[in-house]
Design a protein around this ligand. Structure first.
Ligand code: GLN
Length: 277
């Protein structure tokens, strides 16, 4: 069997998945360690028995709806390649609006940024990659997430970051110019209604008590203590949580509270500014 034949065959096998052909290509790229161009120019290349066996194993995992990112252990975000593991959420394109807004608000000034619940470090590293004037601290409750974030930072040659374990603010000892976070925000009660692919992701990174607002509340209620005057907070949230998040920020005295849509057209982030005191 050659590359082209395998892609055709597995695309049919994965007909339960809308991205069947793309996923088949991604699997073969992963196993043969090749890129898209290679597939185009070498589609007649014969596969070895060992390769076919390996591919078959991975195809079954995908057939059972394990996300392709967990199978290939990587995901692109902000045009950077991140390594991921089952201990970290798969970075979503929806989150890029958070990075965009952070950079816009920070400008070219020297600034320290805190990323709460950093996971594989995609937000922290993407912000840090944009300007050497930024220094980004990423924290997470999970040791494996911290190891992954450190690994990604090193692999991408981003030096203006640091990562350590912290349960939200528990190990934070100083103030920052900006706090960002993509916390768990899915209502725990919705757990059963969500699609099968989500069930492969760490529940601790997805679900939150109190209608999905429990952790967002904790973050906002403590944020002022860890922000310099005029410092910004940017929170990612569910598209139906915009009004509640705005209200929580306003109640805590944040100014310039505003929500923004992601590129899917859903309200995804809300920002607030700590007053000058
Ligand atoms: N945006 C993710 C989803 O709805 C959830 C991420 C999160 O809870 N932080 O699938």
């Amino acid at each position: 069997m050659n590359i082209k034949q395998w892609i055709q065959k597995s695309t049919i096998k994965l007909s339960n998945i809308h991205s069947a052909q793309l996923d088949s290509k991604l699997l073969i790229m992963y196993v043969l360690k090749i890129n898209k161009e290679y597939i185009i120019f070498h589609e007649k290349k014969k596969l070895t028995c060992k390769e076919i066996k390996h591919l078959k194993k991975l195809l079954i995992r995908r057939y059972l709806l394990e996300p392709i990112a967990y199978i290939t252990k990587k995901k692109e975000f902000w045009s950077l390649n991140f390594h991921i593991s089952k201990y970290t959420l798969i970075p979503r394109p929806d989150t890029e609006i958070l990075v965009e807004k952070a950079i816009f608000l920070l400008g070219n000034k020297k600034a320290t940024i805190l990323d709460l619940g950093t996971g594989c470090g995609n937000i922290a590293i993407s912000i840090a990659s944009m300007n050497n004037n930024y220094f980004v601290t990423g924290v997470d409750i999970n040791k494996n997430a911290i190891l992954m974030a450190k690994y990604n930072s090193k692999k991408l040659h981003i030096n203006n970051t640091t990562f350590f374990i912290s349960n939200w603010f528990s190990n934070i000892k100083k103030k920052f110019h900006m706090i960002v976070s993509n916390p768990p925000y899915i209502n725990k009660k919705e757990f059963k209604n969500r699609n099968k692919e989500l069930s492969f992701e760490p529940k601790i990174a997805l679900y939150s008590p109190n209608m999905g607002l429990g952790y967002i509340n904790i973050i906002i209620n403590n944020a002022k203590k860890y922000l310099h005057s005029k410092g910004w907070i940017i929170i990612e949230h569910g598209f139906q949580q915009k009004n509640q998040v705005k209200q929580i920020l306003k109640k805590k005295g944040f100014l310039h509270v505003q929500s923004y849509k992601d590129y899917g057209g859903n309200y995804r982030i809300t920002i607030g500014n700590k007053p000058y005191i």
